[in-house]
Design a binder for this molecule. Sequence first.
Ligand SMILES: [Cu+2]
Length: 479
Amino acid sequence: MNQFTKLDKSSRRTFLGGAGMIAAAVTATAVSKVALAAIPEPMMQTKPDTMPPLVPQTSRPYNPVVTLNGWTLPWRMNQGVKEFHLVAEPVVREMAPGFKAHLWGYNGQSPGPTIEVVEGDRVRIYVTNKLPEHTSVHWHGQRLPNGMDGVSGLTQKSIQPGKTFVYEFVARRPGTFMYHPHADEMVQMAMGMMGFWITHPKTKHPNISEVDRDFCFLLSSYDIDPGAYTPKIMTMTDFNLWTWNSRIFPGIDSLNVRKNDNVRIRVGNLTMTNHPIHIHGHEFEVTGTDGGPVPKSARWPEVTTDVAVGQMRQFEFLADEEGDWAFHCHKSHHTMNAMGHDVPTMIGVDHRSVVKKITNLIPDYMVMGERGMADMGEMTMEIPHNTAPMMTGEGPFGGVEMGGMFSIVKVRKDQKPGDYSNPGWYKHPEGTVAFEVNGTVADPLRFKAEGKSAMPLIQKKQAEVEVQIRKPTMESMKH
Ligand SMILES: [Cu+2]
């Protein structure tokens, strides 16, 4: 078996169990040549599913996180040191059913696996480079010796293709962190190289609460032309795919919790812009950043928190309202999938005369955008092979018209503790869903304007300008 293929059952058990591993003569305090001779076999994951939490079998216990559409990297204990093996390599990531992207990542996926350790753990991470160019790994937010910080050229030589480097340090500070290359960063992060890191507290911490559910995901963005597979790495702002863990709605799993669970969600932003992350039906508090836990006296309630570029935010709430609650980035363009942005706004434009002329030349010509863009969700127009629909997701009441950074927090009273599976659609109690009424709508009562401007206007004769747009009518839609 090749060292980089999936582990067979027996070695997986050894890896997870941590018992009976190669008893290499490694000191716990230094990276030695002997350690390099005993590189742990890397674990691979090729499915984009949300894997169940990896409950620690060895070393100190903690309540593990669930990585949305991702997984946690197993480790082995080697004479008191937690050993991990990351492999930087090209990967195929299914961003949503029917749409695959050719990215770079770690251990078969982008983002790479989540690394979970406990405060005080000595951690040794082997990094093998199977990319066509050099790389390095920076451990964002960690306290560590300068030479382990992973900035190629500054604190270490870069890892050349085919080479393996070792990083070793003590996870000194509990909290929410991430890892990413610090070598040809623009390209490597645009290609999807990133991962999550969580350091659990070793004992009860005054500012870190014990929660029932703990989720994490990274924000990343890509620019992939419809029908293409590889991101355009030179794009700076106009990305067309806004992802959570390199997945786009409806490819993002829901966050399934039990009613009255205390829920923690950890989010890291490695895109090129900020993302106001918003939850429906509940209020949360930001309980930590990449700088550490927030003192309780410094927290306030929110329903949206902005996660700026290069930041982590962890927030917590009591899930005490049953239902299927939307959970999304509040930038409305970030809840859309592949689309061009240089399209003119056509709302209210009367296409009728021009359509007649065009259909004489092109019989299947289609008018778009005259009534808004909602039609796009149901559009049956052929799209190029390997393209995500612009917005989609079929809910119990129809199309959700969302894409990108959107998911659902599902709160159920009969969800079992520790069960992260999807309970299906919420069954609303009788009489609790918005409904249609019949009857005529009276003419509106209008306020008489009484406002004046703050300063008197300079009196000049000027024609009043009003922009006329034609509102679509049932009549105009027939054409
Ligand atoms: Cu956003």
